[in-house]
Ligand binder design. Structure first.
Ligand code: SF4
Length: 191
């Protein structure tokens, strides 16, 4: 520090230079864009447990035919009276469940007496399931019980869900269940 410059003047000058540099830097650096800046928001419910926390799923992609939508963020829904925007450690990891290269995305078939699984088309899978369900239902459907009361029930088919079945899947399964008369139904959403 030059001898004619007081300590106070030196500090003032240094502060001015630093502030000016910071302002220049801020002007030169464009603001960082949030990863949810251009996303579509979808409201759903965490599938992991019966608490039923609401989530907002952020998806990139403008729904054009040549664009594959990508989930980039999942967060708690602040408007939910159940979780008020919060999620537990399982719920906050939902994005890794959705975007996961180990996720099964096509039907597999294991023929009787074999050990391996073969990929089949959705048409083949749906045809086969429909045929087998129809055959089983025709064998087990009861219109009336032993006292003649109308029951319309199917006791030889049961449904069981997994912990990652979504709210929408469980809704459709309930519709299906009541449609064909299935009595035995268990999943994690406590429907
Ligand atoms: S976020 Fe946690 S508490 Fe909420 S439904 Fe999911 S698993 Fe249950």
């Amino acid at each position: 520090m030059p001898s004619h410059l007081s300590r106070r003047c030196f500090l003032q000058a240094a502060t001015t230079v630093t502030a000016s540099s910071a302002l220049n830097l801020r002007a030169a650096t464009p603001p960082r864009q949030l990863k949810i800046a251009h996303t579509t928001q979808t409201h759903s419910i965490c599938p992991y447990c019966a608490v039923g926390c609401s989530v907002v799923i952020h998806t990139l992609g403008d729904k054009a035919r040549n664009v594959t939508p990508t989930v980039v963020h999942v967060e708690g829904d602040p408007d939910s009276p159940i979780n008020r925007g919060t999620l537990c450690s399982k719920g906050i990891a939902l994005k890794e469940f959705i975007v996961n290269d180990q996720r099964l995305t096509r039907p597999l078939y294991r023929a009787p007496g074999t050990a391996g699984w073969t990929p089949i088309s959705w048409e083949q899978a749906v045809d086969r399931m429909a045929r087998l369900i129809k055959q089983t239902r025709d064998r087990g459907f009861e219109e009336n019980d032993s006292d003649g009361r109308l029951v319309n029930r199917l006791a030889n088919v049961g449904l069981i869900g997994g912990c990652t079945d979504t709210n929408e899947i469980n809704f459709l399964l309930s519709k299906f269940r009541f449609g064909v008369g299935i009595l035995s139904y268990e999943n994690q959403s406590r429907l």
